[in-house]
Design a protein around this ligand. Structure first.
Ligand code: ZN
Ligand code: ZN
Ligand code: FE
Length: 758
């Protein structure tokens, strides 16, 4: 049988996931000779043997790849046979074009967990146990190719035992870059607010501190968290007041799935999300009377729960044996602290002690947040565990693109070839520290993925700092993208669809083509262009940004518009703000700095304030979140809303407002009114889509925008549309909120570029 040699180029997530040892073991087992090495685009294999064995080898490469590997493509060329014996692992080649994919950070695997709790194992209770199948990746990588020297483990020289495992192709730790043991790896330290080491075993002391009701800062994968006993009201209340976080819910960490089941409802999809190696916070419907203190998630029927994802978490959870709050280590809206000295300085007034260690964090990442919507996992905050996995697109980007994102919940997106790398959640760019992370993040992604953007796609809003970033870039072509077009394009890209579709963007605020603030839009859109086919009735935002922070102002505007100035007397919201009501109504009738808006988010605000659910907010979207929480999910009746026949058609928001007021005055319970409002808006979306279908013939609807974080509304809308014969696209990997905007901008720029429209 003639001997052949093939050179294979494997691309995808193939570095830092045990791919080389896997290839080595497979080749050896199959009696083949050759070599395997990393280069900057992935893994290169040369393999020699009979043609049929080589075919089998390639097949098994795909079928038996290690758990964290994602193979995008295998390219094969025949080369001259070289003979030789055995399989060799070649050292990395650091030059050339970088296109390799980097694995996200991954939860401790079952094998490592077993060793962690095995008293006979040499890594028994080692807080940094890891192997090729698990552990830190994205957050410790400084550069590519992914080798120990390019990670924050560079300062830890392996001991002889670790080195032996690292060099043994048959070992689970073969070429696992962060591998270490108690003798050679990082170590835990417990320090006080001045950085002085506290006596005793760091973990034991930290756990007793928590048990005694203390607040503990814990260094995690992407930053510091703050922990407190979830069942202790004094502990959680102390954390809340010291953090200056009035009522935004905290997430809770439970030891395992069984412990999590005591906190909230867990179906199959929720269980899959909780136990996935990405380990996001999963929003669950909370059990009434669960063992969680009231201050954990005040006024909220859902609860964010996650399972341990680092060895430190596993040790804490097991030793503590009850759930604990684990929330980002920051004060109010600042970004999460990730540098050791910065954390000490910023969190000293909050934490009683710091459980820290000496492995640096290179990239700040928050916990990801997901929710199961209609049986499908939907990302609400995409960060640790998900990033930097790219969204792969059917059509390539002709030129590299930077999508600059929005302003709040901001992300950026760098795209090249078939891949779009959406960044981790960066946050609110108005914060200086966040803006710095944004800029540094773009530089880091440009370096590790070797993408030099030639196009910069940004929001239409002239004042967004992301827009200003695009304007400050040299040597790029700039493309302005309308906010809601970007939302719909993100949903299309998330679903691998090109459009055209009917795009329903129910959102907070986005700059419209006419300079007003859009946010309740029905578009006919594909990836290159859109047409506004419908919208909610416009009202003014009395006092502009003030109206975002004070939903009662939106109540004043919507009431005045709905009743044409003749608002029924005796409404609580008007009485509660009697002093300023008249002035605010005057602003709503055309005052200065009170732009027109069609925002669905602001309509939710208005209804929340009318119903007395919330008049002023402490975090973005709070009134809408609470209105959803208060709504009775079992209620099926809906308010009737007219949709005008014009083009664009207009969804009469005033019908909803008048119906809400009528029920309120008739003494109907608030949970029923809130539900009828949700149902009425969903029916209005259906009516508008039916009208647009008549005109356009389109029967696919994409749902996007921050308001579709609302589970009740999303399920109602999706159900009604499906019942009406529409195919419905919702978000999965990329959030429906402004975290998805950067992807939408990038794909629109790419599509316009490909169509020769630039
Ligand atoms: Zn492992
Ligand atoms: Zn060691
Ligand atoms: Fe938006």
């Amino acid at each position: 049988m003639p001997i052949r040699r093939r050179r294979l180029r494997v691309e995808g997530v193939v570095q830092g996931v045990g791919f080389r040892p896997f290839v080595h073991a497979l080749g050896t087992r199959m009696g083949l000779t050759g070599l395997v090495g990393n280069d900057t685009t992935g893994v290169v294999i040369e393999v020699e043997g009979s043609a049929s064995t080589l075919d089998a080898f390639v097949r098994r490469l795909r079928e038996e790849a290690p758990p964290l590997a994602v193979i995008d493509s295998i390219e094969s060329h025949t080369v001259e046979p070289e003979g030789g014996s055995g399989f060799v692992i070649a050292p990395s080649d650091p030059v050339g074009e970088r296109q390799t994919l980097i694995s996200p950070d991954t939860a401790t695997c079952e094998d490592c967990l077993r060793e962690l709790f095995d008293p006979r194992d040499r890594r028994h209770r080692h807080p940094f146990i890891t192997c090729t199948n698990c552990g830190p990746r994205f957050t410790i990588i400084r550069d590519v190719p992914y080798d120990r020297a390019a990670t924050t483990m560079a300062g830890f020289a392996m001991c002889r035992d670790c080195e032996r495992e690292y060099r043994d192709p048959g070992n689970r730790r073969f070429h696992a870059q962060p591998v270490c043991c108690p003798r050679c790896g990082p170590s835990l330290r417990l320090v006080d607010g001045r950085g002085a080491t506290l006596a005793g075993d760091p973990l034991d002391t930290a756990v007793s501190l928590l048990r005694d009701g203390g607040v503990l800062a814990v260094k995690g994968l992407g930053g510091y968290h703050l922990a407190a006993l979830a069942g202790s009201e004094p502990a959680v209340a102390a954390l809340r007041s010291r953090k200056h976080r009035e009522d935004k819910p905290f997430a809770v960490m439970a030891a395992d799935l069984d412990a999590a089941r005591l906190l909230g409802e867990i179906g199959d999809a929720q269980a899959r999300a909780l136990t996935s190696p990405r380990r996001p916070i999963v929003l669950l419907r909370r059990h009434a009377g669960g063992a969680v203190a009231p201050s954990v998630a005040p006024g909220n029927r859902s609860l964010g729960v996650m399972l341990p994802y680092t060895p430190v978490h596993h040790l804490m959870a097991r030793d503590l044996a009850e759930p604990f709050v684990l929330t980002s280590g920051n004060v109010s809206d600042e970004p999460i602290a990730y540098g050791d000295e910065d954390a000490l300085r910023r969190l000293a007034g909050i934490a009683d002690a710091f459980l820290t260690h000496d492995r640096p964090i290179h990239v700040r990442t928050d916990d990801s947040v997901v929710r199961v919507v209609a049986g499908r996992e939907t990302a609400l905050r995409r960060s640790r565990g998900f990033v930097p996995q790219p969204v792969t697109l059917a059509r390539p980007f002709p030129r590299p693109v930077l999508g600059c994102g929005a302003e709040l919940k901001s992300t950026f997106c760098l795209a090249k070839g078939h891949r779009a790398f959406v960044s981790h959640h960066i946050g609110d760019l108005e914060n200086w520290e966040t803006l710095r992370s944004y800029r540094e993040g773009i530089d880091h992604f440009m370096r590790i993925f070797d993408i030099r953007p030639e196009l910069a796609a940004h929001d239409l809003h002239p004042d967004y700092l992301s827009t200003k970033h695009a304007q400050g870039m040299a040597d790029v072509e700039r493309i302005a993208v309308q906010h809601h077009h970007a939302h719909i394009a993100a949903c299309l890209a998330d679903n691998g669809e090109p459009g055209p579709v009917i795009g329903v963007a129910l959102d907070g605020l986005g700059y419209g083509l006419d300079g007003s603030m859009w946010g309740g839009e029905i578009l006919v859109a594909d990836l290159t262009s859109f047409r506004r086919a419908g919208h909610l009735s416009p009202v003014r935002m009395p006092g502009g940004a003030m109206a975002i922070r004070e939903p009662w102002r939106m109540a004043a505007a919507h009431l005045d518009a709905a009743f044409r100035g003749d608002v029924p007397s005796g409404l609580r919201v008007a009485q509660a703000h009697a002093e300023r009501w008249g002035a605010v109504v005057a602003l709503a009738r055309g005052g200065v700095a009170s732009p027109l808006t069609t925002s669905a988010g602001r309509l939710f605000d208005a209804v929340a304030a009318i119903l007395g659910v919330r008049d002023t907010i402490h975090y973005e979207g709070q009134a809408a979140v609470e209105l959803e929480q208060v709504a009775e999910p079992g209620e099926s009746s809906a308010y009737t809303v007219a949709v005008s026949g014009g083009d664009p058609c207009e969804v009469a928001s005033g019908d909803l407002v008048r119906a809400v007021v009528a029920d309120l005055r008739a003494g109907v319970a608030v949970p029923l009114i809130a539900a009828r409002f949700h149902n009425g808006l969903a029916m209005a979306v259906l009516s508008a889509c039916l009208r647009v279908r008549e005109r356009s013939g389109l029967a696919v609807v994409a749902l996007s925008g921050g308001v579709f974080q609302n589970l009740l509304l999303t399920e109602r809308v999706a159900g009604l549309l499906s019942g009406g014969g529409f195919r419905v696209l919702t978000h999965a990997r990329v959030p429906p909120n402004d975290g998805g905007i950067s992807l939408g901008q990038a794909v629109i720029a790419g599509a316009r570029d490909a169509a020769g429209l630039l």
